[in-house]
Design a protein around this ligand. Structure first.
Ligand code: NDP
Length: 238
């Protein structure tokens, strides 16, 4: 099982939960290798195998090189969780081209960069497989100050649904999880105070709460769930 962006936050929780559920895990990160190694140690202490991969999901060649080499050595993954992501929030008139591009490259292009090298090895296993992508409430309804992020996260939903159709007859499911406000480094204090007023549950979600939904979609029991978007948002969007 590969989890991108597993050095911290939601990805870390997904990786640890996957290990607790009995999967060997490939922990991926970009810059925080030490944090990723700490997650890997925790996973090994649960009795599962784990290795760390480091690359930028926005770099197409780096993704292909790292992933094809890993699959060649260790075999195709049963599951892939495309979790790595960034936000660069600014009102649209003030948004720089760089902020637009970085968010689209890291959040949306990564869908292609990570999954394209992995899909054929997954199909060739001729066994059930799982792909889970991370969207956001922002991709469902749009969010002020997040035109770049909303565009990328809406794109993830479309791409996931299309890939689900292509892979459904191969026993490979593709689903998308759309969190609301989750307590990680991605959330800044300003956004938090405004958002809390709008969240019916009156609190942020935890990474573990998102990981629990992802874990179910990764499980054998979820084999007939594909092409879906599952929200984890405390009632923020119904
Ligand atoms: P964090 O900022 O806590 O962690 C982001 C993770 O993504 C890190 O592991 C980071 O690696 C990795 N990452 C970032 N950019 C790159 C890159 N270019 N290449 C490779 N890895 C990268 O984020 P969250 O845990 O909060 O978010 C995880 C996912 O959930 C994201 O897709 C996010 O958009 C989505 N989400 C989050 C919400 C929230 O409220 N927190 C709400 C809705 C969706 P490193 O540590 O090495 O830098």
């Amino acid at each position: 099982m590969l989890v991108t962006g597993a050095s911290r936050g939601i990805g870390r929780a997904i990786a640890l939960r996957a290990a607790a559920d009995g999967f060997d895990v490939v922990v991926h990160c970009r810059s925080r290798r030490q944090d990723a190694e700490a997650v890997a140690s925790q996973i090994r202490s649960l009795g599962r195998q784990c290795r760390v991969l480091v690359f930028d999901v926005a770099d197409r060649q780096a993704c292909a090189d790292a992933l094809l080499a890993d699959v060649e050595t260790h075999g195709a993954y049963y599951g892939v969780v495309c979790n790595a992501g960034i936000a660069r929030d600014t009102a649209f008139p003030a948004m720089s081209g760089q902020d637009w591009d970085e968010v689209i490259h890291t959040n949306l292009d990564a869908f292609y960069n990570v999954l394209n090298p992995l899909v054929m090895p997954l199909v060739r296993r001729r066994k059930p497989g799982r792909i889970v992508t991370l969207s956001s409430v922002s991709g469902l309804v749009g969010n002020r100050g997040q035109t770049n992020y909303s565009a990328a996260k809406a794109g993830i939903i479309g791409a996931s649904k299309a890939l689900a159709l292509e892979l459904a007859s191969r026993q490979i499911t593709v689903n998308c999880v759309a969190p609301g406000l989750i307590d990680t480094e991605m959330v800044n204090e300003e956004v938090l105070q405004e958002a809390l007023k709008l969240i019916p549950a009156k609190r942020m979600g935890t990474p573990d709460e998102v990981a629990a939904t992802v874990a179910f979609l990764l499980s054998a029991q979820a084999g007939y769930i594909t092409r879906q978007v599952i929200s984890v948002n405390g009632g923020l969007v119904g």
